[in-house]
Design a protein around this ligand. Structure first.
Ligand code: HEC
Ligand code: HEC
Ligand code: HEC
Ligand code: HEC
Ligand code: HEC
Ligand code: HEC
Ligand code: HEC
Length: 314
């Protein structure tokens, strides 16, 4: 039924005389705004609907569809026929395994965001894709969501906003399987939420660091990489951004590692010690007060008795 409607729509649009390659955005949207549902295309499920209104409100609303879908020059397309610019071709070959239908669109970002793009390619995430030929590493859309609806990171709706980004990283870093596959500490999310920072973050504290304050967003490196902001003494600068006067001793206070038995028992011991001291002090004060009251009361009574007996004997 849906397929039938869809074909009708396509056929009716094909018969419209208005297609030209002039204002491509409007003509692309005419079809894609009205299409509903997903189709299987070369073995992958693709979403054909592009919400025109939402696209217009995104940071890329001023672009033509063909600023990213560079090969879709013919309208209607079938199949895309444009050339891929020479300088984009080698990058496209490296990242195309992350694309579902149009690797050109995924590499087009390079035209306008070259520095960010290179940072991502050099990151632990980018190298996972380009060197290990894996699709596990994060690329633009994994963190920013659909390319059609990207809004400013200052906007609460952004997948990388202050209060969404932790969840976005957690989509992958919350997976024990992924952690095991790459030999990464499995409890990074849990240890973050249990930390002073994570607790403040959950309370809505805007100055509490999220993952990106310590790791960066695009050029994220492994903890053993000397250029990583969490490598060795680099932490002094990283923590120092918020904690003035942070030194080597201070920066050791935050890690994702499971606390070993010594700090664990040291913490428990400290709690027991604190409670004992308080209990001792309170008991001591109470006993002292009691003995004061008793002394005053009995002594007075005794003095009175004593005076009375003296009076009697005289
Ligand atoms: C006449 C309606 C129509 C117009 C106009 C149209 N499309 Fe499509 N589009 C489709 C259909 C149908 C599909 C489903 C797959 C196919 O047949 O290629 C599709 C699929 C796509 C895909 C998925 C990948 C692929 O290769 O199929 C992209 C990307 C796309 N269109 C972009 C565009 C862009 C960009 C424009 C404007 C230049 C545009 N479309 C104009 C109907 C249209
Ligand atoms: C900022 C760049 C950019 C712009 C502008 C853009 N697209 Fe896309 N589009 C992408 C990327 C990236 C993908 C994902 C490609 C992939 O995974 O193969 C995509 C995917 C698609 C798809 C397939 C959906 C899917 O499930 O992946 C369609 C259809 C599509 N775009 C149509 C359009 C239309 C129509 C417009 C204009 C209204 C447009 N795009 C504008 C970057 C863009
Ligand atoms: C033709 C140029 C162009 C292309 C291609 C392009 N962008 Fe952009 N992008 C821009 C411009 C210009 C802005 C800034 C808009 C603004 O400040 O309102 C922007 C903003 C952004 C932002 C910033 C949101 C924020 O926090 O302010 C992100 C994220 C982004 N683009 C991702 C992408 C991705 C991913 C692609 C590829 C799929 C892409 N862009 C392709 C021009 C482009
Ligand atoms: C691991 C997650 C992640 C990946 C992958 C990622 N981004 Fe970002 N991006 C962020 C975060 C988080 C921000 C918010 C600003 C910040 O904290 O630096 C951001 C901000 C941006 C901005 C606006 C601010 C700036 O630094 O210019 C642009 C543009 C951008 N990203 C483009 C891209 C492009 C293009 C890609 C793919 C090549 C990409 N991003 C991949 C997480 C990511
Ligand atoms: C206050 C700074 C800080 C924050 C916030 C932070 N990290 Fe870390 N992260 C570190 C430090 C320091 C290391 C180095 C290894 C260690 O001490 O555990 C690290 C290591 C890591 C590692 C490698 C772990 C390993 O040992 O294999 C991953 C993955 C990671 N962080 C992800 C995240 C994610 C995801 C978030 C957000 C939920 C986050 N980090 C928040 C400081 C931070
Ligand atoms: C799409 C999944 C995905 C997302 C989203 C993602 N990551 Fe990763 N991340 C990975 C994978 C996979 C690796 C391991 C790559 C490798 O070793 O080849 C990794 C590795 C890392 C490492 C290096 C761990 C080490 O060995 O020291 C850090 C740090 C990290 N990610 C932080 C982040 C942060 C911060 C975010 C959010 C801004 C994020 N990641 C989002 C998949 C993801
Ligand atoms: C983006 C800013 C930011 C970064 C980066 C940051 N912190 Fe914090 N940190 C905070 C805030 C905010 C608090 C809560 C302060 C409060 O409410 O008293 C805090 C609290 C703490 C506390 C609890 C005790 C105290 O001094 O208030 C420790 C310990 C701490 N951070 C260590 C670190 C370490 C170690 C690093 C680097 C690995 C780091 N922080 C990085 C913002 C940051």
């Amino acid at each position: 039924m849906r397929k039938w409607l869809f074909m009708l729509l396509v056929v009716s649009l094909f018969s419209l005389p208005t297609f030209s390659s002039g204002d491509t955005k409007a003509t692309c949207i005419v079809c894609h705004n009205n299409m509903v549902g997903t189709i299987e295309y070369q073995g992958k499920q693709i979403e054909l609907n592009v919400d025109g209104e939402r696209f217009e409100k995104s940071v890329h609303g001023f672009l033509s569809c063909t600023d990213c879908h560079l090969r879709f020059q013919e309208n209607p397309h079938q199949p895309p026929s444009g050339e891929v610019p020479e300088e984009l071709r080698p990058i496209m070959e490296k990242v195309s395994l992350k694309a579902k239908v149009d690797p050109v669109a995924l590499v087009a970002c390079y035209n306008c965001h070259q520095e960010v793009y290179e940072d991502v390619l050099s990151s632990v995430h980018g190298r996972n894709i380009t060197e290990k030929q894996s699709t596990d590493g994060a690329f633009c859309i994994d963190c920013h969501g659909s390319a059609h609806y990207i809004v400013s990171s200052e906007d609460d709706a952004s997948a990388v906003s202050q209060f969404k980004v932790v969840e976005t990283c957690g989509n992958c870093h919350g997976s024990p399987e992924l952690a095991e596959k790459y030999g990464i500490e499995a409890n990074v999310m849990k240890s973050y939420f249990e930390s002073f920072h994570g607790k403040k973050h959950l309370l809505g504290h805007t100055k509490a660091p999220t993952c990106v304050n310590c790791h960066g967003a695009h050029a994220i490196k492994t903890k053993d990489d000397p250029t990583s902001p969490v490598f060795g003494t680099n932490k002094i600068k990283t923590c120092g951004n918020c904690h003035k006067g942070a030194n080597e001793k201070f920066v050791a206070a935050i890690t994702h590692q499971e606390p070993g038995p010594i700090p664990h028992y040291a913490e428990k011991g400290l709690i027991i010690l604190t409670i004992s001291v308080i209990a001792f002090t309170v008991t001591h004060v109470l006993l002292e007060a009691y003995s004061d009251i008793r002394d005053t009361f009995f002594r007075k009574k005794k003095e009175v008795e004593h005076a009375e007996s003296e009076e009697l004997s005289s």
